[in-house]
Design a protein around this ligand. Structure first.
Ligand code: FPP
Length: 251
């Protein structure tokens, strides 16, 4: 992995999104319950969050729980919710440390289905870190990209119905403004470990020009060295955004 480090900062992504996958397989491989895989995954989440921020990444988005994950056994869902609760409580306790790092915490997804105490903690963490600007951490919980787009389109339809907007005047910016990530740059790089090469209803709109980095490593085994490999690989990519010249900027 060392050979990658020299070029890591040649072109640093502004926004890195991560699909944390493979917790269940990691646990099964050790004869452990799935909840243990998630517990280890949550530890790695904290580590990569801090590492990414220390590397100077401005936006880090982590896919933690999808709108489809409710179909899992109740026990597993409860274990993931407990990990969110622990993380949020810890984020409050470690407020000074997080402020020193310049973390702004944001939660993307439909929070209406989450336990009330978690929603309350989420709101507190968002409010308390509102003024931080160095690294925005988006935690995607009960997130589904198709529903996110549908909600945005509904808002536009309501404006049209009220006569505030003509259908012919609708632009991509109108859709973008209704997404959870409104105002944030699109992800430059999307990392998916665990050997799966798909997006799974994650940031479908925002990923229009994202670069992808896939790896067979399971999320609980993911290390800062893997993150560096993804950054180094990204630095080699030629991004043309539909044009013919390589562009060294984000749209
Ligand atoms: C996908 O792996 C992972 C999840 C559905 C849950 C991810 C949750 C965490 C990493 C913990 C979140 C906690 C915080 C504080 C962010 P999988 O279970 O589908 O793995 P598999 O494909 O191997 O079964």
């Amino acid at each position: 992995m060392e050979e990658y480090s020299a070029s890591v900062h040649a072109a640093l992504p502004v926004h890195v999104a991560v699909i944390m996958d493979g917790n269940g397989r990691w646990a099964a491989g050790r004869g452990l319950p799935r909840s243990e895989g998630h517990r280890q995954g949550a530890k790695v989440f904290r580590q990569i969050c801090e590492y990414g921020a220390d590397r100077g990444i401005g936006y880090l988005t982590f896919y933690a729980f999808s709108t489809e994950n409710w179909s899992r056994p109740q026990e597993e869902i409860a274990s993931i919710m407990a990990l969110f609760r622990d993380y949020l409580q810890e984020a409050r306790e470690r407020r000074e440390e997080n402020e020193a790092r310049g973390f702004r915490l944001r939660f993307i997804g439909d929070r209406s289905a989450l336990p009330a105490d978690i929603v309350s903690l989420v709101e507190t963490c968002e409010r308390e870190s509102l003024h931080q600007t160095r690294t925005t951490v988006n935690l995607a919980v009960n997130y589904g990209s198709r529903l996110e787009i549908v909600a945005s389109v509904r808002r536009i339809a309501e404006r049209v119905a009220r006569g505030e907007l003509k259908p012919s005047d609708i632009t991509p910016a109108d859709i973008e403004q209704g997404l959870y990530t409104a105002g944030q740059p699109d992800p430059d790089l999307i990392i998916r470990p665990s050997g799966e090469n798909r997006l799974s209803n994650f940031l479908l709109w925002q990923a229009a020009y994202s670069e992808f980095w896939f790896s067979d490593v399971l999320w609980p085994d993911f290390t800062p060295a893997h993150f560096d490999m993804a950054l180094a690989d990204f630095a080699q990519r030629k991004r043309r955004f539909g044009g013919i010249e390589a562009v060294q900027k984000n749209i």
